[in-house]
Design a protein around this ligand. Structure first.
Ligand SMILES: [Zn+2]
Length: 117
């Protein structure tokens, strides 16, 4: 995923929300992204600053929240978590199985809050 395209999508979503609320300027937005969403926060921040530059939203505060990975073992159904991508390959704490874990949380990209005026 490329951060510039992600930034454009986020801005488009936020602008839809603004239109719905009859507001015109973004003050702050919060984006939550999963540890496996392929987001590099510095790059997304940079991309977002680039897409709002010269618009009414220039200077908007972007808050980025990384959602930790949550996996479920395919064999014993134990749910367990991890910090980053490497957690995908950790053994299940319930049965020790290393493969076949499904991702319950980690691929999200959510515009969770906007402040606007
Ligand atoms: Zn297990």
């Amino acid at each position: 995923m490329h951060e510039m395209a992600v930034a454009e999508n986020i801005l488009a979503l936020a602008e839809e929300e603004l239109a719905r609320l009859h507001l015109s300027r973004l003050e702050a937005i919060r984006v939550e992204y999963g540890a496996l969403a392929g987001i590099v926060p510095e790059a997304l921040r940079f991309g977002f600053e680039a897409v709002v530059k010269g618009t009414a939203h220039e200077g908007v505060r972007l808050e980025l929240v990384c959602l930790p990975l949550r996996l479920r073992c395919a064999f014993c159904k134990t749910s367990f978590g991890g910090e980053g991508q490497e957690a995908l390959y950790q053994p299940c704490p319930g049965c020790g199985e290393e493969f076949g874990h499904s991702v319950e949380q980690g691929k999200e990209l959510i515009l969770s809050r906007i402040e606007a005026s």
